[in-house]
Design a protein around this ligand. Structure first.
Ligand code: NAD
Length: 425
């Protein structure tokens, strides 16, 4: 099959495929059993039988490489035609997320109006010749997108429009995520791992969990890694700035950091984002450390002033997304994609020794007094494809108060979701 054949098939799918979302008809997506050369395919029209799916593997010049010795991963990205999708998909194909020897099968999902844009992305992926990319399949049918996948990244959702109330946005997205959840529950393997990015991410994730009784709640998470990364980066900048001031004044920072020995974001470990991915989130530096060049960890609290830690730091992280929109005229995409890649990489391959990261997960059984059943961001470590909450961290009264505010914020969101779904969940 030549590229021009693919293009024709994609065009046909764009024209006729998407009624299949409503019928939730299970089509036959390609199942990666052998490693084929990269091919670009589109969903066959509902009921059409065969179509591009039927073509898979026929005379495609199947090849085997050293890399194919690792099991392939099939990953679905929803909202693939959007701006985060455009930054994320290359990372998924590059080996940065799933490993440098893991072949990747891509399912790109968007609404029907996104099919043409996905066709363009599929062509670009073909042109980029990623060595690990085995297959690209574009669809607007949840059943096709979710059947047989190992990892699902749910980026797609309704964006907030001018004049739209937050509760309306939550309601619309709850319906979308409930619909996705029903299909996911029906067609996906219970071992699938699902990351929710679309906002309101925590509440969308909770809706999804409730709609997917077959899949363990521990297989779901929502993204707060972008906030976590922002907190690290901001802290590193502040440490460098403070140290410059101190050393410039002949101050006490000798042996800590110097201008020629700057702290990088990755030298800052164990920041925490607690709660909701909203402006109420609580970025916490109480347990954070800076890894000095001597490999000695220095508590951030010993390096930076309390007023900044409890004031400007918190509001800057909380409002960073809005500032990016103001400056760029569009919401964070490049940094969101990097955060998704980091989140997935840690979840699948484990966190670094001695380091924890932030993930929004099912709160049931947590040791910090957060009510069960919420999707709440906690400090976690990951190992063997599982995450666990870091225990025994001291929570001071101010932090307790901030955590409670997040519990309340999530309750408001959940009420709006329940109202939209007529308390279905
Ligand atoms: N959790 C986080 O840290 C974080 C960070 C940045 C952005 N976000 C959120 O990520 C989402 C995507 O952001 P973006 O900038 O890529 O938006 P975008 O508008 O550029 O793209 C969204 C895409 O989703 C598609 N879509 C809409 N409904 C869909 C559905 N039901 N099924 C499949 N696809 C659907 C749209 O057609 C569009 O292509 C937004 O909700 C945004 O608020 C979250």
């Amino acid at each position: 099959m030549s590229s021009s054949d693919s293009t024709t098939l994609l065009g046909a799918a764009a024209a006729g495929a998407c009624a299949a979302i409503l019928s939730a008809k299970i089509l036959q997506p390609p199942t990666p059993t052998t490693a084929a050369s990269p091919s670009v395919q589109a969903q066959p029209a509902a009921g059409g039988g065969g179509g591009a799916g039927g073509d898979r593997g026929s005379g495609l010049g199947i090849h085997t490489t050293q890399e194919d010795q690792t099991d392939p991963v099939t990953v679905c990205v929803s909202g693939a035609a959007g701006q985060i999708g455009y930054s994320l998909i290359p990372l998924l194909c590059s080996g940065a997320v799933f490993g440098e020897t893991t072949p990747v099968y891509l399912r790109l999902l968007d609404v029907k109006q996104g099919m043409e844009a996905m066709r363009g992305i599929a062509m670009e992926l073909e042109d980029a010749s990623y060595p690990l990319l085995r297959d690209v399949y574009t669809t607007c049918d949840y059943s096709v997108a979710f059947t047989g996948v190992d990892v699902v990244v749910l980026v797609g959702g309704m964006p907030r429009r001018e004049g739209m109330e937050r509760s309306d946005l939550i309601g619309i997205n709850s319906k979308i995520f409930h619909g996705m959840g029903v299909v996911l529950n029906e067609v996906a393997d219970p071992s699938v791992k699902v990351l929710v990015v679309a906002n309101p991410a925590n509440t969308n994730c909770r809706t999804l969990i409730k709609s997917c009784p077959k899949i363990p709640a521990t297989n779901f998470s929502a993204l707060t890694r972008l906030d976590h990364n922002r907190a690290k980066s901001l802290t590193a900048r502040r440490v460098n700035w403070t140290t410059r001031l101190q050393t410039g004044a002949g101050g006490r920072a000798e042996g800590v950091v110097t201008d020629t020995n700057r702290v990088a974001p990755n030298d800052v470990k164990n920041v925490i984002i607690w709660g909701n991915h909203s402006q109420v989130q609580y970025p916490d530096l109480n347990h954070a450390v800076v890894m000095l060049r001597s490999h000695r960890p220095a508590p951030v609290r010993s390096m930076l002033d309390t007023e900044w830690i409890e004031g400007e730091f918190v509001t800057t992280v909380q409002q960073r997304g809005a500032k990016v929109i103001q400056a760029r005229g569009a919401s964070s995409a490049l940094s969101a994609a990097a955060a998704i890649a980091g989140h997935l990489n840690d979840w699948l391959h484990g966190t670094q020794e001695g380091e924890f990261v932030s993930m929004a997960i099912d709160s049931t059984g947590n040791p910090y007094g957060v009510p069960d059943g919420l999707v709440f961001s906690f400090p976690v470590i990951c190992s063997g494809g599982e995450y666990s909450i870091v225990e025994d961290l001291y929570i001071d009264p101010r932090s307790r108060d901030m955590i409670e505010k997040n519990v309340a914020d999530l309750a408001v969101e959940w009420n709006a979701a329940q109202a939209a779904l007529n308390a279905k969940l």
